[in-house]
Each structure stands twice: as C-alpha cells, then as structure tokens.
Design a protein around this ligand. Structure first.
Ligand SMILES: [Zn+2]
Length: 400
C-alpha cells in the first residue's frame, strides 16, 4: 500500500549501422541479407529489420559500425556428456592408425567412472565455449554411459543446459553385451528408453558397421517414436550403408554425416524432408574424405552443418571452423555454408524460431568483428565473434 507496483517495460534495443544483416527470411531455404541495415530487439524477439535510414527509436542503441550481424549458429549435432579426452588417440591416428568406432569405449569407461559434478562441469565448459563462438542453440546427445543409470543421468544433465536433448543409447554395443548385441538392443528399446525419454526430445542411433545394422536401427527409432521422441540418425559416416534409407523410412528430422552416399541415398534426401547434416570436423579429425555438399545441394537436398563435438573424432565446438571447412573442402559457397550453420541447423532440429532474423524470430544473433559473413571462411581460425545475444540478452562479448 502506498507504493506503486513496479511495472516492467520490455527494453528495446536498436542495432544500427549493420554493414551486412543476414536474415535468412527471404526465399525459403536461401541465404538472405540486407546491407546498411538495422534491427530492433524487443521482448526477446526480433521486432523489426530494415534499412538503417528508416530505423525506429529504441531504449538502447548499438552502433555496429559497418560490421555484419548474423543469426546465432544452430549446432544440431554434439556429444557433450563425457569425461576424459583422447588426444593421444588423435595423435596416433594422425601418425597413420585408422579410426575405428571402438575408440568410443575409452570414453565410455571414463564417463561411467565420473561423478555428476565432473560431467556437469565439462558440459558447461563446452556450452560456454560454444556460446563465445556464436552458437546460441545446440543439441546434446548421451551415448557414453550405455547403462540405464548412466544414460539417464547424462540426459538429465543435458536437459539443464539445452532443450535439444538426444537419447543415444544406441551409440555402440558396450563390452558387457559383446556376446549378446540383441540383448543390448532390447535394453535400449526397453528399460533404458523408459528411464531416458522423460529428459529427451530426440532418439538417435549410430547406424554403421561396428555399431548397429539397419534392422536394429529401425527398431531403436520405432521404440523411441513410440515413447514420443523424434528421430535422427548417424548415417553413412565410415562407408556406404543403410543409414540414410533408415532415416528416411523412420521420418527422421536429419541424417547426420552423409559422407558416403549412393545415388539412391541422394534421392532419399531430396524426396523426403530429411535434412542432410554434414559434420566436417569428423572428417578433419579422422583424415577422411569430406562429404560432397555440392552434390547434395545441386540435387536439391537441405544441408545443415554441425560440429559433432566429441572427444574422439571431432573435438571442435567451433561452427566458424566447420563453415570454413565446408567452403574450402566441400564445394559450398560462403552463403550456403552460413545458411547451413544457422537456418539449416534449425531445420535439422525442426525449429522455426531460430536460424533466421525475420520479425518474430527469437533474438539470437551474433555481431562479427568483420564486414561480411564471408570472413568466417576467408579468415579461418581467427576469433571474429564480437558479441552474442540470446533471446535478446547480451550473453557473450561486447558491442563495439
Ligand atoms: Zn555424432
């Protein structure tokens, strides 16, 4: 009584003087940018975009001084629940030893032995590292626990930091089931799924020689879907195989890796809504041939780029690094690569609120210390993300 209630007015922020504003809100599926632009953030969303000369007033004004503004990166494929590291394996592989899926078991052992506090600290360190590099949305998989309690606790930890949580009990058959892989698939589709589904949005399976075959993968995805999860698949990474076909038949949001594709696989990716998510960090980290993005784009497939951040095959959290690889090694234009790392990742996560900066989008955006998106590939390895806003809040770096 006697004191007026504090009414909170949403603060608006005008970012003006933007040399290049990547909006991705023009023709569906295509990179779109404005020059000499401005953008208004209000209530956590993009309220207005247009020419700087016509920008409306706002509570706070940021002058981008000719720099580029992009949607925050959407990293739709990452394995961040783990303990330990495998730099010695990487060094040995670079010295000539081929990569085998079995290396995962080294991380499984370390992860099972780690207390929650260690897993949580590692996860949060990597999430912060991603944010500083402009990733405002990331997906996070389990898959290094491979027991009911270890998978369930990993997903509960992931759910603390992202809504895009993926159950990957079917990452590899753990050693205690080496003589009974069918028994392990039953566990993944039964008690483990029951324990994990409450924390997860997605179900994933590593469909590859040395991991899970077509029938096993289809069973895992069907069980996940029956528990309310959406499907995604590790497909065609180490050689030709049924992964893309399994993904298409399961109505998966994304087939990830897509390094070894037949013409039928490419047809499946163009005739269904399955996004082809390319993970060039994995080919870099295993010295394998890069996926042929040009072939997929020319055929009309939707392509996303993601890091595959994991301690074995691709220990990078950097979307700019993946963009640079995609442009230099995979035949993508700078526009296509930036679209794939933003709007493409959003498609792979079936999200319409991120990956673009049209009016109404969540205000997830990055200010580059560069005049155009092309600098991400033109100046590889150079930190160029100057500031990051997530849901309209400045969460990393600082404006000029
Ligand atoms: Zn992966």
């Amino acid at each position: 009584m006697g004191q007026a209630c504090a009414v909170s007015h949403p603060q608006s922020t005008l970012i003006t003087g933007i040399g290049e504003l990547v909006t991705n809100d023009g023709e569906p599926g295509a990179f779109t940018a404005l020059t000499d632009a401005a953008l208004v953030i209000a209530d956590g969303t993009v309220a207005w975009t247009g020419p700087a000369s016509r920008a409306p007033a706002a509570d706070t004004v940021v002058d981008a001084k000719g720099r580029a503004v992009l949607p925050g990166f959407a990293d739709s494929h990452a394995h961040l629940i783990f303990a330990g590291e495998r730099s010695a394996e990487f060094a040995a592989r670079m010295a000539g030893r081929p990569y085998r899926a079995g290396g995962i078991l080294v991380t499984v052992e370390a992860t099972r032995a780690a207390p929650d506090v260690v897993l949580r600290a590692n996860l949060r360190r990597l999430a912060a590292e991603m944010l500083r590099q402009g990733t405002t949305t990331f997906e996070c998989k389990s898959g290094y626990g491979l027991t009911v309690p270890d998978e369930a606790r990993g997903l509960a930890l992931a759910a603390e930091v992202t809504p895009e949580v993926t159950y990957l009990g079917a990452h590899v058959v753990p050693p205690e089931f080496a003589a009974d892989p069918a028994g392990y698939v039953d566990l993944v589709c039964g008690p483990m799924l029951d324990a994990c589904a409450p924390s997860a949005r997605w179900v994933d399976v590593f469909c590859e020689d040395g991991a899970f075959g077509a029938a096993e993968a289809a069973a895992v995805l069907a069980a996940g879907r029956a528990a309310g999860l959406l499907a995604r698949v590790h497909a065609n990474q180490l050689g030709p195989g049924p992964g893309v076909r399994v993904a298409a038949e399961a109505g998966a949001a994304s087939a990830d890796h897509c390094t070894f594709l037949t013409d039928a696989d490419v047809d499946a990716l163009t005739s269904t809504p399955v996004v082809a998510t390319l993970l060039p960090g994995a080919e870099f980290g295993t010295r394998q041939p890069f996926p042929d993005a040009r072939r997929l784009l020319d055929a009309g497939a939707t392509v996303a780029l993601a890091t595959d951040c994991n301690p074995g095959s691709s220990f990078t959290s950097s979307m700019p690094f993946c963009i640079a690889l995609a442009v230099r090694e995979m035949g993508m234009t700078t526009e296509e690569a930036v679209w794939a790392a933003t709007a493409g990742g959003a498609r792979a996560l079936r999200r319409t609120d991120i990956g673009h900066l049209g009016a109404g989008a969540r205000a997830d955006l990055i200010l580059l210390d560069a005049p155009s998106h092309a600098y991400l590939a033109y100046r590889p390895g150079v930190p160029q993300v100057a500031a990051v806003w997530r849901a309209g809040r400045l969460v990393a770096g600082s404006p000029p």
